[in-house]
Design a protein around this ligand. Structure first.
Ligand SMILES: [Zn+2]
Length: 550
Protein backbone atom coordinates (compact mmCIF):
# COMPACT_ATOMS: atom_id res chain seq x y z
CA UNK A 1 0.00 0.00 0.00
CA UNK A 2 1.40 3.39 -0.97
CA UNK A 3 1.48 5.88 1.91
CA UNK A 4 2.78 9.03 0.32
CA UNK A 5 3.44 12.41 1.85
CA UNK A 6 4.06 15.73 0.21
CA UNK A 7 4.87 19.25 1.34
CA UNK A 8 3.63 21.82 -1.12
CA UNK A 9 5.52 25.05 -1.27
CA UNK A 10 4.25 27.96 -3.27
CA UNK A 11 6.74 29.65 -5.56
CA UNK A 12 7.47 33.11 -4.17
CA UNK A 13 6.27 32.44 -0.62
CA UNK A 14 8.60 32.05 2.38
CA UNK A 15 9.59 28.48 3.18
CA UNK A 16 7.42 26.91 5.84
CA UNK A 17 9.14 25.76 9.00
CA UNK A 18 7.76 22.32 9.76
CA UNK A 19 8.79 19.19 11.59
CA UNK A 20 7.84 17.16 8.51
CA UNK A 21 10.78 18.55 6.58
CA UNK A 22 12.63 15.82 8.44
CA UNK A 23 11.74 12.68 6.45
CA UNK A 24 12.49 10.51 9.49
CA UNK A 25 9.38 12.05 11.09
CA UNK A 26 7.26 10.90 8.16
CA UNK A 27 8.83 7.46 8.17
CA UNK A 28 8.11 7.11 11.90
CA UNK A 29 4.45 7.91 11.24
CA UNK A 30 4.25 5.05 8.75
CA UNK A 31 4.72 6.83 5.43
CA UNK A 32 6.72 4.96 2.80
CA UNK A 33 7.11 7.56 0.08
CA UNK A 34 7.74 11.27 -0.42
CA UNK A 35 6.38 13.21 -3.37
CA UNK A 36 8.68 16.14 -4.05
CA UNK A 37 6.58 19.03 -5.25
CA UNK A 38 9.38 21.52 -6.06
CA UNK A 39 10.42 19.54 -9.14
CA UNK A 40 7.41 21.00 -11.01
CA UNK A 41 9.73 24.00 -11.48
CA UNK A 42 11.98 21.77 -13.62
CA UNK A 43 9.16 20.64 -15.92
CA UNK A 44 10.18 20.58 -19.58
CA UNK A 45 13.79 21.57 -18.92
CA UNK A 46 16.48 19.49 -20.62
CA UNK A 47 19.41 21.65 -19.64
CA UNK A 48 19.22 24.09 -16.75
CA UNK A 49 22.45 25.78 -17.87
CA UNK A 50 20.78 26.87 -21.10
CA UNK A 51 18.32 29.13 -19.27
CA UNK A 52 18.97 32.60 -20.67
CA UNK A 53 18.69 34.93 -17.68
CA UNK A 54 21.50 34.71 -15.12
CA UNK A 55 19.14 35.26 -12.24
CA UNK A 56 16.71 32.59 -13.38
CA UNK A 57 19.49 30.11 -14.11
CA UNK A 58 20.91 30.59 -10.62
CA UNK A 59 17.47 30.19 -9.06
CA UNK A 60 16.75 26.99 -11.00
CA UNK A 61 20.16 25.50 -10.25
CA UNK A 62 19.74 26.28 -6.56
CA UNK A 63 16.44 24.47 -6.72
CA UNK A 64 18.14 21.49 -8.37
CA UNK A 65 20.63 21.35 -5.49
CA UNK A 66 17.84 21.57 -2.96
CA UNK A 67 15.86 18.79 -4.60
CA UNK A 68 18.99 16.64 -4.67
CA UNK A 69 19.44 17.11 -0.93
CA UNK A 70 15.78 16.33 -0.27
CA UNK A 71 16.00 13.13 -2.32
CA UNK A 72 19.10 12.05 -0.44
CA UNK A 73 17.57 12.75 2.98
CA UNK A 74 14.35 10.93 2.09
CA UNK A 75 16.21 7.89 0.86
CA UNK A 76 18.43 7.88 3.95
CA UNK A 77 15.24 7.81 6.02
CA UNK A 78 13.92 4.87 4.01
CA UNK A 79 11.32 6.67 1.90
CA UNK A 80 10.78 6.07 -1.81
CA UNK A 81 10.93 9.31 -3.76
CA UNK A 82 8.56 10.57 -6.46
CA UNK A 83 9.11 13.71 -8.50
CA UNK A 84 6.25 15.98 -9.58
CA UNK A 85 6.18 16.96 -13.22
CA UNK A 86 3.77 19.20 -15.13
CA UNK A 87 2.61 19.04 -18.72
CA UNK A 88 2.30 20.98 -20.89
CA UNK A 89 5.22 23.09 -19.63
CA UNK A 90 8.44 24.12 -21.36
CA UNK A 91 11.20 26.62 -20.62
CA UNK A 92 10.83 30.10 -22.09
CA UNK A 93 14.18 29.92 -23.89
CA UNK A 94 13.08 26.83 -25.81
CA UNK A 95 9.64 28.16 -26.69
CA UNK A 96 10.93 31.53 -27.89
CA UNK A 97 13.08 29.81 -30.52
CA UNK A 98 10.20 27.76 -31.93
CA UNK A 99 6.89 29.50 -31.38
CA UNK A 100 5.32 28.14 -34.57
CA UNK A 101 6.27 24.59 -33.79
CA UNK A 102 5.27 24.53 -30.12
CA UNK A 103 2.49 27.04 -29.59
CA UNK A 104 -1.12 27.29 -30.60
CA UNK A 105 -1.66 29.15 -33.87
CA UNK A 106 -1.70 32.87 -33.12
CA UNK A 107 -1.17 32.28 -29.39
CA UNK A 108 2.54 32.49 -28.56
CA UNK A 109 1.84 32.15 -24.81
CA UNK A 110 -0.05 28.85 -25.13
CA UNK A 111 1.60 25.49 -25.73
CA UNK A 112 -0.41 23.44 -28.20
CA UNK A 113 -1.44 19.96 -27.03
CA UNK A 114 -1.57 18.84 -30.67
CA UNK A 115 2.04 19.84 -31.29
CA UNK A 116 4.12 16.70 -31.64
CA UNK A 117 7.23 18.77 -30.95
CA UNK A 118 5.80 20.11 -27.70
CA UNK A 119 5.06 16.59 -26.53
CA UNK A 120 8.54 15.39 -27.52
CA UNK A 121 10.23 18.31 -25.74
CA UNK A 122 8.15 17.64 -22.66
CA UNK A 123 9.09 13.94 -22.63
CA UNK A 124 12.75 14.83 -23.21
CA UNK A 125 12.61 17.17 -20.21
CA UNK A 126 11.37 14.34 -18.03
CA UNK A 127 13.99 11.94 -19.38
CA UNK A 128 16.60 14.50 -18.41
CA UNK A 129 15.10 14.87 -14.93
CA UNK A 130 15.11 11.12 -14.31
CA UNK A 131 18.61 10.90 -15.80
CA UNK A 132 19.78 13.32 -13.14
CA UNK A 133 18.25 11.29 -10.32
CA UNK A 134 17.90 7.70 -11.55
CA UNK A 135 17.34 6.54 -7.97
CA UNK A 136 13.79 7.93 -7.79
CA UNK A 137 10.90 5.44 -7.57
CA UNK A 138 8.62 7.27 -9.93
CA UNK A 139 6.96 10.35 -11.35
CA UNK A 140 3.76 12.17 -10.46
CA UNK A 141 2.35 13.67 -13.63
CA UNK A 142 -0.09 16.57 -13.64
CA UNK A 143 -1.81 17.76 -16.81
CA UNK A 144 -4.88 19.67 -15.64
CA UNK A 145 -3.11 22.49 -13.80
CA UNK A 146 0.37 24.03 -13.74
CA UNK A 147 2.50 26.45 -11.76
CA UNK A 148 4.15 27.83 -14.91
CA UNK A 149 2.41 31.21 -14.61
CA UNK A 150 4.21 31.76 -11.33
CA UNK A 151 7.61 30.62 -12.60
CA UNK A 152 9.09 33.23 -14.96
CA UNK A 153 11.47 30.76 -16.66
CA UNK A 154 8.58 28.54 -17.77
CA UNK A 155 5.61 28.74 -20.14
CA UNK A 156 2.78 26.31 -19.75
CA UNK A 157 -0.87 25.48 -19.54
CA UNK A 158 -3.15 22.58 -18.85
CA UNK A 159 -3.89 20.16 -21.69
CA UNK A 160 -7.61 20.85 -21.85
CA UNK A 161 -7.96 24.59 -22.40
CA UNK A 162 -6.02 25.36 -25.63
CA UNK A 163 -8.10 25.82 -28.72
CA UNK A 164 -6.56 26.66 -32.10
CA UNK A 165 -6.84 25.44 -35.69
CA UNK A 166 -4.31 22.69 -34.91
CA UNK A 167 -5.82 21.38 -31.64
CA UNK A 168 -9.51 22.28 -31.78
CA UNK A 169 -10.45 18.84 -33.14
CA UNK A 170 -8.33 17.09 -30.52
CA UNK A 171 -10.82 15.77 -27.91
CA UNK A 172 -10.37 15.96 -24.15
CA UNK A 173 -9.95 12.22 -23.61
CA UNK A 174 -7.48 11.91 -26.49
CA UNK A 175 -5.38 14.82 -25.21
CA UNK A 176 -5.01 13.05 -21.88
CA UNK A 177 -4.40 9.55 -23.19
CA UNK A 178 -1.95 10.63 -25.91
CA UNK A 179 0.23 12.25 -23.28
CA UNK A 180 -0.17 9.51 -20.70
CA UNK A 181 0.78 6.84 -23.26
CA UNK A 182 3.91 8.68 -24.27
CA UNK A 183 4.97 9.23 -20.65
CA UNK A 184 4.09 5.63 -19.80
CA UNK A 185 6.50 4.45 -22.49
CA UNK A 186 9.31 6.50 -20.95
CA UNK A 187 8.65 6.04 -17.24
CA UNK A 188 7.23 2.52 -17.01
CA UNK A 189 8.50 0.70 -20.10
CA UNK A 190 11.91 2.25 -20.56
CA UNK A 191 12.82 3.14 -16.99
CA UNK A 192 10.72 0.58 -15.07
CA UNK A 193 9.49 3.19 -12.62
CA UNK A 194 6.03 4.03 -11.37
CA UNK A 195 3.93 6.65 -13.12
CA UNK A 196 1.27 8.27 -10.93
CA UNK A 197 -1.10 10.27 -13.10
CA UNK A 198 -3.04 12.97 -11.31
CA UNK A 199 -6.58 13.30 -12.58
CA UNK A 200 -6.76 16.84 -11.15
CA UNK A 201 -8.08 19.71 -13.25
CA UNK A 202 -8.19 23.20 -11.81
CA UNK A 203 -10.97 24.26 -14.18
CA UNK A 204 -14.25 22.36 -14.19
CA UNK A 205 -14.81 19.81 -16.94
CA UNK A 206 -11.84 17.44 -16.77
CA UNK A 207 -11.05 13.88 -15.77
CA UNK A 208 -11.20 14.69 -12.06
CA UNK A 209 -14.77 15.96 -11.95
CA UNK A 210 -16.39 14.36 -15.02
CA UNK A 211 -16.87 10.60 -14.52
CA UNK A 212 -17.65 9.89 -18.18
CA UNK A 213 -14.39 11.44 -19.22
CA UNK A 214 -12.48 9.54 -16.51
CA UNK A 215 -14.06 6.31 -17.72
CA UNK A 216 -13.06 6.93 -21.33
CA UNK A 217 -9.52 7.87 -20.38
CA UNK A 218 -9.10 4.88 -18.05
CA UNK A 219 -10.40 2.49 -20.71
CA UNK A 220 -7.77 3.66 -23.18
CA UNK A 221 -4.69 3.50 -20.93
CA UNK A 222 -1.72 1.31 -21.81
CA UNK A 223 -0.53 -1.84 -20.06
CA UNK A 224 -2.21 -4.46 -17.89
CA UNK A 225 -4.91 -2.59 -15.91
CA UNK A 226 -3.81 -4.18 -12.63
CA UNK A 227 -0.13 -3.30 -13.08
CA UNK A 228 0.54 -0.89 -10.24
CA UNK A 229 3.33 0.82 -12.13
CA UNK A 230 0.57 3.04 -13.54
CA UNK A 231 -1.57 4.59 -10.79
CA UNK A 232 -4.39 7.14 -11.09
CA UNK A 233 -4.55 9.78 -8.38
CA UNK A 234 -7.73 11.60 -7.30
CA UNK A 235 -8.53 14.10 -4.62
CA UNK A 236 -11.12 12.28 -2.53
CA UNK A 237 -13.57 15.12 -3.17
CA UNK A 238 -15.47 15.50 -6.42
CA UNK A 239 -13.97 18.96 -6.98
CA UNK A 240 -11.50 20.72 -4.70
CA UNK A 241 -10.89 20.14 -0.98
CA UNK A 242 -14.21 21.66 0.09
CA UNK A 243 -17.13 20.31 2.12
CA UNK A 244 -20.47 19.47 0.49
CA UNK A 245 -18.60 17.01 -1.72
CA UNK A 246 -19.36 13.47 -2.81
CA UNK A 247 -16.67 10.83 -2.70
CA UNK A 248 -15.03 11.49 -6.03
CA UNK A 249 -17.28 9.70 -8.55
CA UNK A 250 -14.59 9.82 -11.25
CA UNK A 251 -12.36 7.64 -9.09
CA UNK A 252 -14.98 4.89 -9.07
CA UNK A 253 -15.24 4.28 -12.81
CA UNK A 254 -11.67 3.31 -13.68
CA UNK A 255 -12.10 -0.47 -13.60
CA UNK A 256 -9.13 -2.35 -12.18
CA UNK A 257 -6.76 0.57 -12.50
CA UNK A 258 -4.90 1.20 -9.22
CA UNK A 259 -6.24 4.32 -7.49
CA UNK A 260 -4.57 6.52 -4.90
CA UNK A 261 -6.54 9.17 -3.01
CA UNK A 262 -5.18 12.61 -2.16
CA UNK A 263 -6.07 13.86 1.32
CA UNK A 264 -5.34 17.39 2.52
CA UNK A 265 -4.19 17.64 6.14
CA UNK A 266 -4.12 21.43 6.17
CA UNK A 267 -7.49 22.24 4.65
CA UNK A 268 -6.91 25.32 2.56
CA UNK A 269 -10.48 26.65 2.52
CA UNK A 270 -11.03 26.07 6.23
CA UNK A 271 -8.29 27.85 8.15
CA UNK A 272 -5.38 25.62 7.14
CA UNK A 273 -5.08 23.78 10.44
CA UNK A 274 -4.78 26.86 12.62
CA UNK A 275 -8.13 25.68 14.01
CA UNK A 276 -8.82 21.99 14.86
CA UNK A 277 -10.27 20.26 11.80
CA UNK A 278 -9.94 16.51 12.15
CA UNK A 279 -10.49 14.89 8.77
CA UNK A 280 -10.37 11.17 9.58
CA UNK A 281 -14.17 10.80 9.85
CA UNK A 282 -14.67 12.53 6.49
CA UNK A 283 -12.01 10.38 4.88
CA UNK A 284 -13.41 7.16 6.25
CA UNK A 285 -17.13 7.90 5.84
CA UNK A 286 -17.46 10.90 3.51
CA UNK A 287 -19.24 14.23 4.03
CA UNK A 288 -22.31 13.65 6.23
CA UNK A 289 -23.96 16.85 4.95
CA UNK A 290 -24.35 15.46 1.43
CA UNK A 291 -27.63 13.71 0.68
CA UNK A 292 -26.65 10.33 -0.69
CA UNK A 293 -28.21 8.09 -3.25
CA UNK A 294 -28.85 4.42 -2.69
CA UNK A 295 -25.77 2.27 -3.28
CA UNK A 296 -23.47 5.27 -3.53
CA UNK A 297 -19.98 5.16 -2.06
CA UNK A 298 -19.70 7.50 0.93
CA UNK A 299 -16.11 7.23 2.08
CA UNK A 300 -12.95 5.18 1.90
CA UNK A 301 -14.45 2.41 4.04
CA UNK A 302 -16.81 1.69 1.14
CA UNK A 303 -14.58 2.78 -1.74
CA UNK A 304 -12.08 0.10 -0.80
CA UNK A 305 -14.57 -2.52 -2.03
CA UNK A 306 -15.15 -0.70 -5.28
CA UNK A 307 -11.70 0.31 -6.48
CA UNK A 308 -8.29 -1.27 -6.74
CA UNK A 309 -6.91 0.85 -3.91
CA UNK A 310 -3.20 1.52 -4.33
CA UNK A 311 -2.82 3.79 -1.33
CA UNK A 312 -3.29 7.20 0.19
CA UNK A 313 -1.38 10.38 -0.43
CA UNK A 314 -1.32 13.01 2.30
CA UNK A 315 -0.81 16.64 1.46
CA UNK A 316 0.94 17.03 4.79
CA UNK A 317 1.50 20.75 4.51
CA UNK A 318 0.38 23.19 1.89
CA UNK A 319 -2.37 23.84 -0.60
CA UNK A 320 -3.93 27.22 -1.27
CA UNK A 321 -2.13 30.54 -1.12
CA UNK A 322 -0.96 32.95 1.57
CA UNK A 323 -2.24 32.63 5.13
CA UNK A 324 -3.28 31.87 7.72
CA UNK A 325 0.31 30.93 8.50
CA UNK A 326 0.25 28.25 11.14
CA UNK A 327 2.78 28.29 13.96
CA UNK A 328 1.60 25.32 15.98
CA UNK A 329 1.27 22.17 13.87
CA UNK A 330 -0.58 19.98 16.36
CA UNK A 331 -4.02 20.07 14.75
CA UNK A 332 -2.48 19.37 11.37
CA UNK A 333 -0.58 16.50 12.95
CA UNK A 334 -3.82 14.81 14.02
CA UNK A 335 -4.56 14.45 10.29
CA UNK A 336 -1.01 13.57 9.25
CA UNK A 337 -1.02 10.87 11.90
CA UNK A 338 -4.29 9.35 10.65
CA UNK A 339 -3.42 8.84 6.97
CA UNK A 340 -1.04 5.84 7.18
CA UNK A 341 -3.30 4.13 9.71
CA UNK A 342 -6.30 4.66 7.45
CA UNK A 343 -4.34 3.22 4.52
CA UNK A 344 -3.64 0.10 6.58
CA UNK A 345 -7.27 -0.15 7.65
CA UNK A 346 -9.83 1.92 5.70
CA UNK A 347 -12.43 0.98 8.34
CA UNK A 348 -10.21 1.98 11.25
CA UNK A 349 -11.91 2.67 14.60
CA UNK A 350 -12.06 6.47 14.79
CA UNK A 351 -12.32 6.77 18.56
CA UNK A 352 -9.26 4.56 18.99
CA UNK A 353 -7.43 6.61 16.39
CA UNK A 354 -8.20 9.91 18.15
CA UNK A 355 -7.20 8.54 21.54
CA UNK A 356 -4.00 7.12 20.16
CA UNK A 357 -3.08 10.47 18.66
CA UNK A 358 -3.73 12.34 21.90
CA UNK A 359 -1.62 9.87 23.89
CA UNK A 360 1.20 9.25 21.41
CA UNK A 361 1.56 12.65 19.84
CA UNK A 362 0.39 15.15 22.46
CA UNK A 363 1.69 12.96 25.25
CA UNK A 364 -1.23 13.79 27.54
CA UNK A 365 -2.53 11.67 30.39
CA UNK A 366 -5.92 9.98 30.50
CA UNK A 367 -7.84 12.89 32.02
CA UNK A 368 -6.84 15.15 29.15
CA UNK A 369 -7.44 12.58 26.42
CA UNK A 370 -11.23 12.80 26.75
CA UNK A 371 -11.70 16.55 26.13
CA UNK A 372 -9.16 16.44 23.29
CA UNK A 373 -10.96 13.54 21.63
CA UNK A 374 -14.34 15.28 21.97
CA UNK A 375 -12.84 18.36 20.38
CA UNK A 376 -11.41 16.37 17.46
CA UNK A 377 -14.70 14.55 16.92
CA UNK A 378 -16.66 17.80 16.88
CA UNK A 379 -14.19 19.82 14.86
CA UNK A 380 -15.03 19.05 11.23
CA UNK A 381 -18.65 19.91 11.91
CA UNK A 382 -18.08 23.25 13.61
CA UNK A 383 -15.63 24.09 10.85
CA UNK A 384 -18.34 23.38 8.29
CA UNK A 385 -20.78 25.56 10.20
CA UNK A 386 -18.32 28.44 10.44
CA UNK A 387 -16.79 28.40 6.95
CA UNK A 388 -19.82 27.58 4.78
CA UNK A 389 -23.28 29.01 4.40
CA UNK A 390 -25.17 25.75 4.79
CA UNK A 391 -28.51 26.70 3.21
CA UNK A 392 -26.65 28.13 0.20
CA UNK A 393 -24.14 25.27 -0.20
CA UNK A 394 -26.66 22.48 0.25
CA UNK A 395 -28.96 23.81 -2.46
CA UNK A 396 -26.41 24.10 -5.22
CA UNK A 397 -26.23 21.77 -8.21
CA UNK A 398 -22.67 22.73 -9.04
CA UNK A 399 -20.17 21.11 -6.65
CA UNK A 400 -17.45 23.70 -7.34
CA UNK A 401 -17.03 26.66 -4.93
CA UNK A 402 -19.74 25.62 -2.44
CA UNK A 403 -19.01 28.66 -0.26
CA UNK A 404 -18.82 31.08 -3.22
CA UNK A 405 -15.37 31.99 -1.84
CA UNK A 406 -16.74 34.20 0.94
CA UNK A 407 -13.79 32.87 2.95
CA UNK A 408 -10.80 31.97 0.79
CA UNK A 409 -7.37 31.22 2.30
CA UNK A 410 -7.18 33.87 5.05
CA UNK A 411 -9.45 36.41 3.38
CA UNK A 412 -12.99 37.15 4.48
CA UNK A 413 -14.96 38.69 1.62
CA UNK A 414 -17.85 40.59 3.18
CA UNK A 415 -19.51 41.61 -0.08
CA UNK A 416 -19.60 37.99 -1.18
CA UNK A 417 -21.32 37.05 2.11
CA UNK A 418 -23.83 39.85 1.55
CA UNK A 419 -24.51 38.67 -2.02
CA UNK A 420 -25.22 35.13 -0.78
CA UNK A 421 -27.46 36.37 2.02
CA UNK A 422 -29.57 38.30 -0.48
CA UNK A 423 -30.38 35.05 -2.30
CA UNK A 424 -31.73 33.19 0.74
CA UNK A 425 -35.34 32.72 1.83
CA UNK A 426 -36.61 33.81 5.27
CA UNK A 427 -36.36 30.32 6.72
CA UNK A 428 -32.89 29.89 5.24
CA UNK A 429 -31.83 33.12 6.96
CA UNK A 430 -32.94 31.66 10.28
CA UNK A 431 -31.07 28.46 9.48
CA UNK A 432 -27.95 30.46 8.63
CA UNK A 433 -27.99 32.40 11.90
CA UNK A 434 -28.51 29.20 13.90
CA UNK A 435 -25.57 27.63 12.11
CA UNK A 436 -23.18 30.49 12.92
CA UNK A 437 -24.49 30.67 16.51
CA UNK A 438 -23.87 27.00 16.96
CA UNK A 439 -20.31 27.14 15.57
CA UNK A 440 -19.35 29.95 17.97
CA UNK A 441 -21.07 28.27 20.90
CA UNK A 442 -19.34 24.94 20.30
CA UNK A 443 -15.83 26.35 19.89
CA UNK A 444 -16.40 28.37 23.07
CA UNK A 445 -17.42 25.25 24.95
CA UNK A 446 -14.34 23.34 23.82
CA UNK A 447 -12.11 26.30 24.63
CA UNK A 448 -13.51 26.46 28.17
CA UNK A 449 -13.11 22.69 28.67
CA UNK A 450 -9.52 22.69 27.51
CA UNK A 451 -8.71 25.81 29.51
CA UNK A 452 -10.07 24.06 32.58
CA UNK A 453 -7.89 20.95 32.25
CA UNK A 454 -4.84 23.00 31.40
CA UNK A 455 -5.15 24.99 34.62
CA UNK A 456 -6.43 22.12 36.83
CA UNK A 457 -3.87 19.60 35.74
CA UNK A 458 -1.06 22.02 35.21
CA UNK A 459 -0.43 21.37 31.56
CA UNK A 460 1.30 24.58 30.52
CA UNK A 461 2.55 22.83 27.37
CA UNK A 462 -1.05 22.77 26.12
CA UNK A 463 -1.44 26.54 26.46
CA UNK A 464 -0.72 27.11 22.74
CA UNK A 465 -3.64 24.82 21.88
CA UNK A 466 -5.96 26.87 24.10
CA UNK A 467 -4.73 29.91 22.20
CA UNK A 468 -5.69 28.33 18.87
CA UNK A 469 -9.22 27.98 20.26
CA UNK A 470 -9.35 31.59 21.50
CA UNK A 471 -8.21 32.60 18.04
CA UNK A 472 -10.92 30.49 16.41
CA UNK A 473 -13.59 31.67 18.84
CA UNK A 474 -12.97 35.34 18.13
CA UNK A 475 -13.14 34.66 14.39
CA UNK A 476 -16.33 32.60 14.66
CA UNK A 477 -17.91 35.31 16.84
CA UNK A 478 -17.03 37.96 14.28
CA UNK A 479 -18.60 35.82 11.54
CA UNK A 480 -21.69 35.15 13.64
CA UNK A 481 -22.34 38.81 14.32
CA UNK A 482 -21.43 39.98 10.85
CA UNK A 483 -23.85 37.46 9.33
CA UNK A 484 -26.46 38.33 11.98
CA UNK A 485 -26.10 42.02 11.15
CA UNK A 486 -26.38 41.42 7.40
CA UNK A 487 -29.46 39.25 7.86
CA UNK A 488 -31.05 41.89 10.08
CA UNK A 489 -30.23 44.56 7.51
CA UNK A 490 -31.88 42.55 4.78
CA UNK A 491 -35.00 42.32 6.95
CA UNK A 492 -34.80 46.02 7.77
CA UNK A 493 -34.71 46.85 4.05
CA UNK A 494 -38.01 45.04 3.61
CA UNK A 495 -39.86 46.46 6.60
CA UNK A 496 -38.10 49.68 7.64
CA UNK A 497 -38.73 48.53 11.21
CA UNK A 498 -36.78 50.73 13.68
CA UNK A 499 -36.39 47.88 16.19
CA UNK A 500 -34.68 45.92 13.42
CA UNK A 501 -32.39 48.90 12.77
CA UNK A 502 -31.22 48.65 16.39
CA UNK A 503 -30.44 44.95 15.93
CA UNK A 504 -28.45 45.72 12.77
CA UNK A 505 -26.29 48.22 14.61
CA UNK A 506 -25.85 46.10 17.70
CA UNK A 507 -24.76 43.04 15.68
CA UNK A 508 -22.42 44.93 13.38
CA UNK A 509 -20.76 46.85 16.23
CA UNK A 510 -20.30 43.53 17.98
CA UNK A 511 -18.84 41.97 14.82
CA UNK A 512 -16.37 44.87 14.58
CA UNK A 513 -15.42 44.36 18.19
CA UNK A 514 -14.75 40.63 17.74
CA UNK A 515 -12.86 41.35 14.55
CA UNK A 516 -10.57 43.75 16.42
CA UNK A 517 -9.97 41.16 19.10
CA UNK A 518 -9.21 38.52 16.52
CA UNK A 519 -6.79 40.60 14.48
CA UNK A 520 -5.16 42.68 17.20
CA UNK A 521 -4.98 40.25 20.06
CA UNK A 522 -5.67 36.56 19.44
CA UNK A 523 -3.81 36.36 16.14
CA UNK A 524 -0.56 37.12 17.95
CA UNK A 525 -0.90 34.74 20.92
CA UNK A 526 1.77 32.03 21.18
CA UNK A 527 0.69 29.09 19.04
CA UNK A 528 -2.08 30.91 17.19
CA UNK A 529 -1.98 31.19 13.42
CA UNK A 530 -1.80 34.59 11.76
CA UNK A 531 -5.14 36.38 11.87
CA UNK A 532 -7.64 36.30 9.05
CA UNK A 533 -7.80 39.35 6.82
CA UNK A 534 -10.84 41.13 5.48
CA UNK A 535 -11.97 42.61 2.25
CA UNK A 536 -14.63 45.31 2.57
CA UNK A 537 -15.57 44.27 6.11
CA UNK A 538 -15.17 47.80 7.47
CA UNK A 539 -16.60 49.49 4.39
CA UNK A 540 -19.69 47.32 4.29
CA UNK A 541 -20.42 47.33 8.02
CA UNK A 542 -19.84 51.10 8.41
CA UNK A 543 -21.88 51.83 5.33
CA UNK A 544 -24.82 49.79 6.62
CA UNK A 545 -24.60 51.32 10.09
CA UNK A 546 -24.73 54.79 8.51
CA UNK A 547 -27.71 53.81 6.34
CA UNK A 548 -29.86 52.46 9.19
CA UNK A 549 -29.02 55.58 11.19
CA UNK A 550 -30.06 57.82 8.32
ZN1 LIG B 1 -3.47 24.48 -30.30
Amino acid sequence: MLKLATLLENPGEPQVQTRYQDPAQLKALGYNGLVIYESTALSGIQNTDAIGSDEMRRWVNARVDHIGQTIQAAQDAGLAVYLSYDVLVLPVHVVERNINGLCCKGRPQTLCPASEQALEQSVAGLASLIGRWPEVAGIVLRFGDTDAQRLPHLIGNDLYSPHCPRCSQFGRADRATDFIKRFYRLVVEEMDKRLIVRAWNVRPGGMHDVPDLAKRIAADLPGDPKDDRLVLSFKFTQTDFWRYQRWNPSSLVCGDRPIIYELQCQREFEGKGGIPNWQAPLWRDGCPEVAHLEGEVHGLAEAVDRVNLAGLWAWVRGGGWGGPFVKNEQWIDANVFAVPLLADDPRVDLLGLAEKWARDRLGVDDEVVAPIVRLLEDSADFIRQAFYIGPFAAGRENPWHPNADWVQDDLLDTRSAWRIIQTLSESQLDELMAEKDNAAERIGRHRAALQQVVSDRRHPELEPLVNTLLYAESFFEALRDMVGGLVAYRRFQKTGDTAMAQIVKQKLFSAQDHWNHHTQRFGSLPGAATAFREEDFWDVTQDIIAKVDG
